[in-house]
Design a protein around this ligand. Structure first.
Ligand SMILES: CC(=O)SCCNC(=O)CCNC(=O)[C@H](O)C(C)(C)COP(=O)(O)OP(=O)(O)OC[C@H]1O[C@@H](n2cnc3c(N)ncnc32)[C@H](O)[C@@H]1OP(=O)(O)O
Ligand SMILES: CC(C)C(=O)C(=O)O
Ligand SMILES: [Mg+2]
Length: 556
């Protein structure tokens, strides 16, 4: 690989901090989340959102509880402009939702942006940006440090000209590519802007410090943010915001460490759409807090609905392994994980019963599942799925959950061998209906010899139990009546007399399908030669189910 072509970040800009404090801090509350899907996410789509997709996405964000939403780049397209007008002219946005509109530092475009918010009732943030890193200055903008400073301040003055006296309007500045900008220069520009815009506690200025192209390990970004946090003028009149992208795949870590380093506000996209690899995923960030016991202040209780709207609006599918929302993220195929989850669920249910606390409020401690899928509106159905990597625990869990069959441990081992053979042969995943078919074929289906239960009559006469049994073996009827002999022994004696001896090792009763109309299911372990085997019998009556189980064992 021609790796020598690339410089690390340290060769490109100074990283100013040596005595950082962020490593010893902890996350204790949610920052202000600002979804930028309708602007940064939208500008990265092959087909930008049409008005109805934008509206559906916006309504979703409002319903989830976002209070500040970047809705577009009104000077860039008529669709974006019209969407801001829609918000200004209708009650689409509740009064407590702040609307952010985005603009470069160009007078004509700033004017158009301010025009878009005319008459709006909601609080508004006008978000002005200019790239400040050396490469952008030299190659893109054609400015040196001094002349770029002038361009930015000219833009800042234009913002004041057009919107300085509008009630309810605040300002945001982003030194785009902050993470590759010299720290002293970024600080100088931010301080110049907060002075120009007269940042105050009543009208704070948002300084948004993007990792526009992620370029270093997250600790470096945290150092850069802490440096600004500690050195900015008018710090109490500044809302310090971050905007990580995900080029190195560490956008989440950048945002989390940046909050430790002093950031109060995080811009990103729900499930991480955005330029190139995407913006930081603010859904994952929020649910990471939830998983640490911190209220994310956003409602994810129906994550599949959220996902459907996001996929519809972006026309991009979410990966099955995407944190928290992917189809497979709460699913275990592997045997030992399934075993642990099955035991964890059982312990959870037992603890709920013992404490009287409902299962959905009980502290969560199920192995391999960082949060309860039910918190996100997910059922437990997809948690355990069976393929060739699965073990007895998961297989038993599915048969118990969907058919009510409680298998003793030695039967679980026997059955999982049969399932394993099937999955090895086919390479396919099995659902619980498939498992039940294998169960029926293995234990409930009589073998080659034709044996039928013709009559079973158990009565109690004067304190004694009388068992009358008639069995047809290959067309010949064998009958006997016993007193005070259980049905298992009665059946084996009749079979013995018919030349079919059977050595029963253990017997277990369970039921098939939970509820009142369930059938009885008798599971029998019997010895033939050196090994033990299993058979089962199913009937409305427990006694008949038991005799049928013994007969099935004899014919196997
Ligand atoms: C990191 C980010 O996400 S930044 C946001 C990026 N988003 C978008 O670009 C989506 C919307 N953009 C657009 O629709 C268009 O680019 C527009 C309408 C904004 C501008 O279109 P055009 O006037 O045709 O300009 P174009 O995009 O080709 O080039 C940008 C020009 O603005 C300048 N410019 C770029 N960014 C800025 C800025 N933040 N402030 C001031 N000037 C800027 C460039 O130097 C270039 O100037 P030049 O023509 O003198 O070389
Ligand atoms: C905040 C703006 C300028 C942005 O999208 C970025 O820098 O990534
Ligand atoms: Mg961005």
């Amino acid at each position: 690989m021609p790796s020598a072509r690339y410089d690390d970040l340290f060769a490109r800009v100074d990283v100013p901090l040596r005595d950082r404090e962020w490593p010893s801090r902890r996350l204790t509350e949610a920052p202000l989340w600002v979804p930028v899907d309708l602007r940064d996410g939208n500008q990265a789509l092959a087909e930008p959102m049409d008005p109805s997709r934008k509206r559906a996405f916006f309504e979703l964000m409002v319903s989830m509880g976002y209070k500040e939403i970047e809705v577009g780049y009104p000077s860039a397209s008529q669709t974006d402009y019209d969407f801001v007008r829609l918000i200004a002219e209708t009650d689409l946005a509740p009064d407590d939702v702040t609307i952010v509109v985005f603009t470069p530092a160009r007078r004509d475009l700033i004017e158009r942006t301010v025009e878009s918010i005319r008459g709006i009732r909601n609080p508004v943030v006008i978000h002005m940006y200019t790239a400040t890193a050396p490469l952008w200055r030299e190659v893109v903008l054609g400015h040196d440090r001094e002349s770029l400073r002038e361009l930015i301040l000219a833009g800042g003055r234009d913002v004041l000209d057009f919107a300085g006296d509008l009630d309810g309007v605040r300002f945001e500045f982003s030194p785009e590519v902050f993470n590759l900008t010299e720290p002293d220069y970024a600080l100088e520009l931010c301080n110049a802007i907060t002075t120009l815009w007269d940042a105050s506690a009543d009208r704070p200025v948002i300084l948004n410090l993007p990792a526009t192209v992620e370029a270093a390990t997250p600790n470096v970004y945290a150092d850069q943010i802490e440096y600004m946090h500690r050195n900015l003028d008018r710090r109490s009149a500044v809302i310090l915001s971050v905007h990580p992208h995900n080029d190195r795949g560490t956008g989440i870590a950048c945002a989390e460490l940046a909050v430790l380093a002093g950031a109060q506000r995080v811009e990103g996209c729900i499930f991480g759409n955005g330029e190139r690899i995407g913006n930081v995923d603010i859904a994952t960030l929020a649910l990471n807090l939830h998983a640490q016991g911190i209220d994310p202040m956003i409602d994810f209780s129906d994550i599949d609905h959220i996902r459907r709207v996001v996929e519809h609006s972006n026309r991009i599918e979410i990966h099955p392994r995407h944190p928290y929302v992917g189809d497979l993220v709460h699913t275990a195929f592997s045997g030992t994980h399934q075993d642990a989850i099955k035991k964890g669920f059982a312990e959870h249910r037992d603890r709920a019963a013992a404490t009287g606390i409902p299962t959905d409020q009980l502290p969560w401690r199920v192995p391999y599942l960082p949060i309860d899928p039910a918190d996100l509106g997910r059922s437990y159905e997809a948690v355990i799925r069976v393929n060739s990597q699965s073990g007895k625990g998961g297989i038993a869990y599915l048969l118990e959950r969907d058919y009510g069959i409680e298998m003793p441990r030695r039967l679980q081992i026997d059955f999982s061998r049969r399932v394993q053979q099937h999955t090895d042969d086919t390479g396919l995943e099995l659902d619980s209906a498939d498992l039940f078919t294998i169960f029926e074929r293995s234990y409930l289906t009589p073998g080659a010899t034709s044996i039928e239960l013709v009559e079973l009559d158990v009565t109690s006469v004067g304190g004694a139990t009388r068992t009358a049994l008639r069995i047809d073996v290959d067309g010949t009827e064998h009958a006997a009546t016993f007193t005070d002999v259980g049905v298992v022994e009665a059946t084996t004696r009749v079979l013995d007399a018919a030349g079919m001896p059977l050595d029963i090792v253990s017997l277990h009763q369970t039921s098939l399908a939970a509820g009142n109309d369930s059938d009885a299911l008798t599971l029998i372990e019997y010895r033939r030669g050196p090994a033990t085997h299993w058979a089962a019998g199913r009937h409305r009556s427990v006694l008949d189910a038991t005799v049928i189980a013994v007969i099935n064992a004899a014919t196997a």
